[in-house]
Ligand binder design. Structure first.
Ligand code: MG
Length: 399
């Protein structure tokens, strides 16, 4: 299989921006935090801080204990976005970007004449040196080259900071075996627990699973995608601005009120979120639409940081509901701009991770004992069981 993809991951991105902008912080342990309080956790740590055992997710009190001289800096999203944009421009001066995965990660498809290993490595080196000369000397990055975007990202993970790693036919699968399960993008602690429950403790054991076994452990086609990706196959990534998952429902007359609509909307969201997780995706946008009894359509939408847990999605949805909408006849909820789990960087905060794991646990219970066995407390029960009488209509392109 040819080297077809280049993945770029900036190292300790937020901390590097701080060191670039503030020369007095260079060479020093720096941790970026969402706010200056001991109860929060680090969202990025410079390599000097990592040497003390501080990493993304380390609590601030713990970071201070590990390194009393730590420089704690409050996150400033403006500069991070601006640096992200400069990095994109610089990479695009070397080769076209296929997709930006997060503020500091992007993947590029190589053209046929770049598939030769030496040419691909030269291109990787060019990207790295241009970022250093044009964006800043503190802006280190790891480049991975692989047969698909997933393995290119894994290759970038293998050497940090400042790596340039190739995973091609000669390296597969044995180079993967030195990784722990949780080193793979998309394997959270919760997923690791599921793998362990199935007797899978090492990457080698995961690699030996059959396709149906992976499907069963992941609980859907997400497992199939992993089986193919680990073997270097190209699994089509969804065109992220088109793929969506959603449900709509025509309200029975007694529910054509604001309260009735809100109850049904909550249930529609729970179903859509469950389907999203089942397929191994996260959403970067949510929309709500209401068709009124006189045929008018009202819609509202908002962007999200990639997420898949019901609580976060429901919170965003309730914000959309605050806008006045007409007397409803039909309501619909759509989660859109989807990214596969493996393409999403770890949630910034431990809380996000806990919520996602809680949502997955609820999915497991509902799959076993029936839909709606466990539901969000803030989702009012629908007085008649709409789902039993009229199936919520599936909308969106994902089945
Ligand atoms: Mg990074």
């Amino acid at each position: 299989m040819a080297i077809g993809w280049l993945f770029l991951d900036m190292n300790a991105f937020f901390a590097s921006v701080e060191q670039q902008e503030h020369p007095e912080l260079r060479g020093k342990p720096v941790a970026v935090v969402p706010m200056l309080t001991d109860t929060t956790c680090c969202i990025a740590a410079s390599y000097e801080a990592k040497a003390y055992g501080i990493k993304t997710g380390t609590g601030v009190a713990e970071a201070k204990r590990l390194c009393p001289n730590i420089h704690l800096i409050e996150a400033k999203h403006g500069p991070y976005r601006e640096y992200g944009a400069r990095i994109i421009r610089t990479v695009e001066s070397c080769l076209p970007i296929s997709e930006v995965w997060s503020v500091d990660e992007m993947v590029c498809k190589l053209w046929a004449n770049e598939h030769c290993l030496l040419d691909a490595i030269t291109l990787g080196e060019l990207v790295k040196s241009r970022i250093k000369s044009e964006v800043g000397e503190c802006m280190h990055c790891s480049v991975g080259l692989g047969p698909n975007p997933f393995l290119a990202k894994v290759a970038a993970e293998l050497q940090k900071p400042n790596g340039l790693v190739v995973l091609d036919d000669d390296d597969l699968p044995h180079k993967l075996f030195r990784m722990k399960l949780t080193d793979f993008p998309g394997i959270s602690r919760g997923m690791e627990a599921r793998l362990k429950a199935a007797g899978v403790f090492t990457t080698e054991q995961m690699y030996d699973l059959s396709l149906p076994q992976m499907r069963a452990i992941w609980g859907g086609v997400g497992g199939e995608r992993w089986w193919y990706q680990l073997r270097g196959h190209n699994v089509a990534l969804p065109p992220t601005d088109r793929r969506s998952v959603g449900h709509s429902h025509v309200l029975p007359p007694e529910l054509r009120t604001r309260g009735g609509a809100e109850a049904v909307i909550g249930r529609l969201l729970e179903k859509a979120a469950e389907r999203l997780r089942h397929h191994g995706y996260q959403a970067r946008g949510i929309s709500l639409y209401v068709r009124s009894i006189d045929g008018r359509t009202w819609a509202a939408k908002r962007r999200l940081t990639a997420c898949a847990d019901t609580w976060t999605l429901l919170t965003a949805l309730r914000k959309l509901e605050e806008h006045p909408f007409p007397i409803p006849k039909q309501v619909g909820v759509v989660l859109y701009d989807l990214l596969p789990d493996a393409a999403v960087t770890l949630p910034l905060f431990g809380e996000d991770q806990k919520r996602l794991e809680a949502a997955r646990a609820v999915d497991g219970i509902n799959a076993r004992y029936g839909r709606g066995t466990v539901s969000m407390a803030s989702v009012k029960p629908v007085s008649y069981t709409a789902e039993d009488k009229i199936a919520f209509k599936k909308i969106g392109e994902m089945d």
